[in-house]
Ligand binder design. Structure first.
Ligand SMILES: *[C@@H]1O[C@H](CO)[C@@H](O)[C@H](O)[C@H]1NC(C)=O
Ligand SMILES: *[C@@H]1O[C@H](CO)[C@@H](O)[C@H](O)[C@H]1NC(C)=O
Ligand SMILES: *[C@@H]1O[C@H](CO)[C@@H](O)[C@H](O)[C@H]1NC(C)=O
Length: 421
């Protein structure tokens, strides 16, 4: 009798926890059905043939989408960064009618604010996932590519661009070298940038850029203002991990190196760089000293296998808990793994999962003890059609301690189910 009561209580408790998982672990900060812009004080909330100069009502001429200034449906946010109350949202130019690729909004008070172009970003062609470093600088790769299917145009050379966030002034545009690029597909693969500020100074920083298209890494040194390309079999997708599904669509993308996450520095200022191709269930690592010297050959390590359906995009490291968080589109989830445990499926946990609000996590960033997540339903956009009457794009945030609750990565506040059943 006593036991029956205890078990009943546990069942109720466990069910309650799983029903409320999303609600208790993540908070919806921003949501959009469709993206609007506010540019030079003018609101764009439907297609516009031209850039407007007044708030007067414009009737759109019957021109083709390729000529239009703004085609609302084509604007899909992909990258995220957070700087105080400012949230950066990028919209890479993968379709016609994208008025601005690097934008920002304020966290409050609006839940679906219009995007504003970041000052001085008008000449950027296309930006994926930017990164803010500990010196208050915003780094990104401008791919220089208009990536419209069937009408790709390399408008300018791919470049690293840096802004100083305190002054909103651009402080660098560095064009990548010919030797950094493999072929005309490479620029479209430069979808994220990881910044490593060494212990010497802000000027002694490195950037590690993933190339998922031609499957390599590009390293840039700010101090010497030069770049080099690295190739390794572990930067390539694993054919055995192809064809995972998201929202019932089979993802056949052959994406190689997707994300590079850095540990805290060691005594001499080097870090562990964790990385993976998107199409892979494995994680690899290398000490950053070898990325800096270009000598990666025998220095790559297989960290381990995360498990089935763990193909992941962006990942980030939270130093105080020694935990990596992974965007896991194959399970509509965020995974966690503590780097001081063996990487094996039983030690890789689902921190949070939601089959509506976490369908295709496109970017993930960590600020102090808060994880930020951008979700964009990309497979639905690519293979089907978004329903513009519903929320399609989300930015959520969650506390690390909440996300780790009831996972193999955190303190176990509740006994595991297997102890009882
Ligand atoms: C960095 O190098 C590029 C050429 O590769 C040059 O155009 C640029 O002026 C240099 N920037 C600095 C700050 O030295
Ligand atoms: C993925 O799909 C392609 C095309 O259907 C097929 O040829 C290939 O064998 C599949 N690979 C895996 C690992 O399922
Ligand atoms: C789109 O979403 C609206 C609101 O949820 C719903 O009423 C409508 O049926 C949906 N349309 C389609 C085609 O699914």
């Amino acid at each position: 009798m006593k036991y029956a009561f205890k078990i009943l209580f546990l069942i109720v408790f466990i069910q309650k926890c799983s029903c409320n998982l999303e609600v208790t672990k993540l908070r919806e900060v921003l949501t959009w059905k469709q993206i609007n812009y506010e540019i030079d004080g003018i609101l764009y909330n439907r297609d516009a043939s031209y850039k407007k100069t007044t708030n007067a009502v414009y009737f759109d001429d019957d021109i083709e989408d390729r000529e239009k200034y703004f085609v609302q449906y084509n604007n899909v946010p992909i990258g995220l960064e957070v700087w105080g109350d400012k949230v950066f949202v990028t919209v890479p130019r993968r379709r016609y009618g994208i008025p601005s690729t690097l934008n920002y909004v304020w966290k409050a008070p609006w839940k679906s604010p219009a995007l504003k172009p970041y000052p001085g970003s008008e000449d950027l062609v296309s930006v994926y996932r930017p990164r803010i470093d500990e010196c208050g600088r915003l780094w990104m790769v401008d791919t220089g590519l208009l990536e419209v299917p069937g009408d790709r145009k390399q408008v300018r050379k791919p470049s690293i661009v840096i802004y100083d966030l305190k002054t909103d002034k651009r402080i660098l545009r560095y064009e990548l070298k010919e030797t950094d690029l493999v072929n005309e597909r490479t620029p479209g693969g430069l979808t994220s940038i990881t910044v490593d500020v060494t212990k010497n100074s802000c000027n002694d920083a490195y950037a590690y850029i993933n190339d998922l298209a031609t499957e390599g890494m590009i390293v840039y040194s700010l101090r010497t203002n030069t770049s080099w390309r690295l190739n390794h079999p572990t930067f390539q997708h694993d054919p055995a991990a192809l064809n995972f599904t998201v929202a019932n669509y089979v993802i056949n993308w052959k994406d190689g190196l997707f994300s590079i996450a850095l540990s805290e520095p060691d005594a001499v200022g080097d870090r562990t760089a964790y990385y993976h191709p998107m199409v892979s269930n494995q994680e690899f690592s290398i000490n950053t000293k070898f990325l800096k010297s270009g000598d990666i050959g025998n220095n790559v390590k297989l960290v381990g296998t995360r498990g089935v359906k763990t193909q992941t995009g962006s990942h980030v490291y939270h130093a105080p808990t020694k935990t990596l968080f992974f965007a896991n589109p194959a399970q509509d989830a965020i995974l966690c793994w503590r780097v001081d445990t063996k990487m094996a499926p039983e030690n890789v946990g689902i921190a949070v999962q939601d089959h509506t609000k976490l369908v295709y996590i496109s970017d993930l960033k960590i600020k102090a003890d808060t994880l930020w997540v951008l979700v964009n339903q990309m497979p639905k956009f690519v293979f089907s059609k978004l329903n513009t009457s519903e929320v399609n794009f989300y930015i959520h945030s969650g506390k690390v301690q909440d996300l780790l609750r009831d996972t193999p990565c955190g303190l176990r506040l509740l006994p595991t189910h297997s102890n009882y059943f």
